[in-house]
Design a protein around this ligand. Structure first.
Ligand code: NAP
Length: 285
């Protein structure tokens, strides 16, 4: 018997195996392509001949493959071996897929945790890496030390297994807005012959302000408190409309600004012009 079994040794699974071995955990591994198990085997991991043997070798099994359809095909052969054990799914997929797998795991008599990894393979095993897990609270209590060996900042986010994949998408949304906004700013700089590197330097001191804005936005939404803005939504809207019109008239792509212009225009139409910018969430609720 070993402490943990790991199914899937791709880029992420191999990093998980390394982190478990670094932490001194006795580990069993299985991967469809057996050669990928060789580095873990050289470090003392047991290599199972199939996924069912891997599951039978440890009280906790972790799966990390491409998607849930693949993991379900792999786990279908392990069913009876899962009874009384903990199954942790660290493959990325949808909340619906997580809920279906949780139901299937419960039917096998396994306790289930669904997790998302908010880190790159090279981060695994570090204090700052995060795995967000949901599902069986007792399973979390037992498996927490293992998950913290994999990612030191791991956290339990409740019983609802649909939540981790949602949080993964919710975490990346502000980053996507930032990147698309930066690309919009850069294309405007280029059109004006202003060096993008200087634009980047100009923004560097604003990182604290960006975080303040993020926290303020989410605080106003959490408290549903939009009626005391320092700058009203209509003020932003006017500036965005000016920039969008100017960019378009000069042939500069203003796709991102155009999207924001449309949203703010509709928000004003709903009577939100004198509110916080974050009041636009009323359009999406
Ligand atoms: P990867 O390097 O492409 O590895 C894919 C894994 O799935 C391999 O173990 C592969 O086995 C296995 N697999 C694929 N098709 C299979 C099949 N039909 N039957 C059995 N096994 C099969 O991908 P990865 O980067 O490790 O990602 C794995 C999961 O981690 C994904 O859900 C991903 O979203 C998530 N994740 C990755 C990162 C990252 O930065 N890489 C970050 C966060 C989360 P073979 O070796 O035999 O092909």
């Amino acid at each position: 018997m070993t402490e943990v079994s790991l199914i899937g040794l791709g880029a992420m699974g191999s990093a998980l195996a390394s982190a478990l071995l670094d932490a001194g955990r006795s580990t069993t591994v299985w991967n469809r392509s057996p050669e990928k198990a060789e580095p873990a085997a050289a470090r003392g991991a047991q290599v199972a001949p199939d996924a069912r043997s891997a599951v039978a070798s440890s009280p906790v099994s972790i799966v990390c493959v491409d998607n849930y359809a693949i993991s379900e095909a792999i786990l279908a052969d392990t069913g009876p071996a899962l009874a009384g054990r903990i199954l942790i799914q660290l493959t990325s997929d949808t909340g619906t897929a997580a809920a279906e797998l949780a139901e299937w795991a419960a039917a096998q008599g396994a306790r289930y945790l669904d997790g998302v990894i908010l880190a790159y393979p090279s981060d695994m095993g570090t204090a700052g890496a995060t795995i967000l897990a949901a599902g069986d609270a007792d399973a979390w209590a037992e498996a927490e030390p293992v998950l913290r060996d994999l990612a030191g900042a791991s956290a339990y986010v409740g019983a609802n297994v649909r939540v981790p994949s949602m949080l993964s998408a919710a975490a990346i949304a502000p980053l996507l807005g930032l990147v698309l906004g930066a690309a919009q700013g850069a294309v405007m700089c280029e059109a004006e012959g202003f060096p993008v590197a200087e634009y980047a330097e100009m923004l560097r001191p604003l990182s604290g302000l960006l975080n303040d804005q993020l926290q303020h936005t989410l605080a106003t939404i959490a408290e549903n408190r939009f009626d005391d803005p320092e700058a009203a939504l209509k003020t932003y809207a006017s500036s965005v409309a000016d920039r969008t019109a100017e960019s378009r008239s000069r042939g500069v792509n203003a796709e991102f600004y155009g999207f924001v212009d449309d949203v703010l225009d509709r928000a004003i139409g709903r009577g939100l012009g004198d509110q916080e910018l974050s009041a636009l969430i009323e359009l999406w609720r």
